[in-house]
Design a protein around this ligand. Structure first.
Ligand code: PEP
Length: 269
């Protein structure tokens, strides 16, 4: 039986100045300081993705188990790639996770599933776990084409990636119309889509090694303090990618506390 963990990551997008990052962590570190269910819990992994220039201050201010992620990374190595950030720079700062294929990088920077595929390969070969965003537009949702759309995204993004590496990936299902809108699909829909995403991995699994059950699937799109518990109670959802609600330390800690991994932690074991 698969032992999936819970991942809860905050995407700060283009928010937080230097002094705001410092204040955030003062408050956040204080809130979680004595909480073993967060600090000693091997099944609950949390972190924040500041914009690139916020990464270093965030690394300095974050304590203990708090991960700092990159919001995006290029698929190129060293050289003439103006404006890009490379995997080895993340390695230098011991960054273990990077968000890849977020819809805002697709919308504003021309990112594509083909490019995400290249980036995922580079990251996996360099010990960085990609948090890969997929999700349908409102039009696709309304025309009930979500599954077909996601299946195609998965096929392209995971092309020519070995089974053992696919299992290391974290998928963030983020319906584009739910991001920052205050709207979400129903819980039933999210569960069914997460199950569908999981089963889509069988396509790659010619050895029938149950990779579909091992892959981690997060939900993202207007997750907040009010809906976090319900979202994380779904069988096929292994955590959340949180935008707006991750900007506030109290809200983010409340979300962490609503996870099954937090509630079920037995520190004496
Ligand atoms: C996101 O940016 O990935 C996101 C899910 O944002 P929000 O939670 O604000 O909808």
């Amino acid at each position: 039986m698969s032992q999936r963990k819970t991942y809860i990551f905050g995407n700060w997008k283009l928010h937080k100045k230097f002094n705001e990052i410092s204040l955030f962590f003062k408050h956040f570190n204080y809130l979680i300081k004595k909480d073993k269910r967060i600090n000693k819990n091997p099944n609950l992994i949390h972190g924040f993705a500041p914009s690139h220039l916020g990464i270093l201050p965030a690394i300095n201010f974050a304590k203990g188990k708090t991960n700092i992620l990159a919001q995006d990374v290029g698929c190129n190595n060293i050289g003439a790639f103006t404006g890009q950030v490379a995997f080895w720079q993340l390695n230098e700062f011991k960054i273990n996770y990077a968000i890849v294929g977020h819809s805002e990088t697709r919308k504003y920077l021309g990112n594509s599933d083909e490019n995400v595929n290249k980036t995922v390969k580079v990251l996996l070969n360099n010990n960085i776990i990609p948090v890969i965003c997929i999700g349908e537009s409102l039009e696709t949702y309304k025309s009930k084409q979500t599954n077909a759309f996601l299946a195609q995204q998965i096929k392209t993004i995971f092309k020519d990636i070995s089974l053992d590496l696919i299992q290391k990936c974290i998928i963030a299902y983020e319906p584009l119309w739910a991001i920052g809108s205050g709207k979400t699909p129903t819980l039933d829909e999210i569960q069914q889509i997460a199950r569908f995403i999981r089963q889509s991995f069988k396509f790659f699994d010619d050895k029938q090694s149950n990779i579909d059950e091992n892959v981690h699937i997060l939900y993202g799109g207007s997750a907040n303090v009010k809906n976090a518990s319900d979202l994380m109670s779904l069988n096929d959802i292994d955590g959340l990618l949180v935008g707006g609600a991750s900007l506030d330390p109290t809200a983010f800690v409340s979300i962490l506390k609503q996870s099954k991994a937090y509630k079920n932690f037995n520190g004496n074991k």
